[in-house]
Design a protein around this ligand. Structure first.
Ligand code: ATR
Length: 280
């Protein structure tokens, strides 16, 4: 029987994950089925249990289920524990094993595909939700100098900072203090502001031409932040499409024991242009 995998979220209709995993499977000669399961929060645990009963081998988790997924894991990887968020479930003998591939995916995209050196950078992380939790530990591990977390709701920035446990390198500031923080070497937009109608008001003093600007979303959701960065003169401006493909490759490796070549899949998705739907 063909092994079954799925993405669970709400909504998930526009997800690129089935296409990405199908391409990886074909490339590696691994037959698989990758489905989309759209379920609201109240149905999440039952949907996972049904998938498990039916023999499902692995799951990707997206909004709004990342915290609930963590709660139903029998075991967690060290990086999932550090992130406090789970985006990949692997079926094990004793239940689901939870992992998080977002941070590895982001760092892989920046350092391998785009050949960027993250070491010694002063980094601003905008947002303190699931996406920010997923990438923060990997950014620290990549050798950045310092991480400045700014979130509209300051308590969530403090909670993320406490979780990271590196008071010498991780700092939180209020949104209203953004104009006083100086220039950053890298600004990461991990907010979901681009998916809604609200505009983020960011001072131009945060960036210079040499600042790397990264939005963890792609498609329409990334347009507002990346247009702002280009308008400020940032020379390197990247969306989250590469991260999406790389986090999928890392999930594929966890499930199948092989890391696929991501370049052809990335190139095919990129060729489809900016008409891609938001993040997952
Ligand atoms: P995700 O998994 O995409 O991170 P999330 O956990 O709901 O989704 O987090 C959304 C993040 O975007 C939060 O940091 C949120 O800020 P709050 O914690 O204050 O809600 C941030 N966000 C959403 N809309 C925003 C806006 N218009 N301006 C600034 N931050 C925004």
């Amino acid at each position: 029987m063909t092994a079954r995998y799925a993405l669970i979220g709400h909504p998930v209709a526009h997800s690129l994950s089935p296409r990405i995993h199908a391409a990886f499977g074909e490339q590696c000669g691994i037959p698989l089925r990758y489905e989309l399961i759209d379920v609201p929060p109240e149905g999440f645990a039952a949907a996972v249990a049904a998938f498990e009963r039916e023999g499902g081998e692995g799951l990707n988790i997206t909004l709004p289920h990342k915290a609930a997924a963590r709660a139903l894991c029998a075991t967690l990887s060290a990086r999932a524990r550090r992130c406090g968020a789970v985006n990949t479930l692997i079926r094990g003998a004793g239940g689901w094993h939870g992992d998080n591939t977002d941070g590895t995916g982001l760092v892989h995209d920046l350092t391998e595909r785009h050949r960027l050196d993250l070491r010694a950078r002063k980094v601003l992380l905008l947002g303190a939700g699931g996406a920010a939790h997923g990438v923060a530990p990997a950014l620290l591990d990549a050798g950045i100098d310092s991480l400045w977390i700014v979130n509209r709701t300051p308590e969530r920035a403090d909670a993320l900072s406490d979780r990271l446990g590196e008071p010498g390198r991780v700092h939180t500031r209020y949104w209203k203090d953004l104009p006083e923080l100086g220039v950053f070497d890298m600004v990461v937009n991990a907010t979901s502001a681009g998916r809604g109608s609200d505009r983020m008001d960011l001072p131009s003093s945060l960036v210079s031409a040499r600042t790397l600007a990264v939005d963890l979303s792609y498609g329409e959701a990334a347009i507002a932040f990346l247009s702002w960065a280009r308008a400020q003169g940032c020379e390197t401006v990247l969306d989250g499409l590469g991260m999406l493909v790389e986090q999928a490759a890392e999930a594929f490796r966890l499930w199948h024991g092989q890391r696929p070549d991501t370049d052809p899949v990335y190139a095919e998705l990129r060729a489809r242009g900016p008409a891609l739907h938001s993040a997952e």
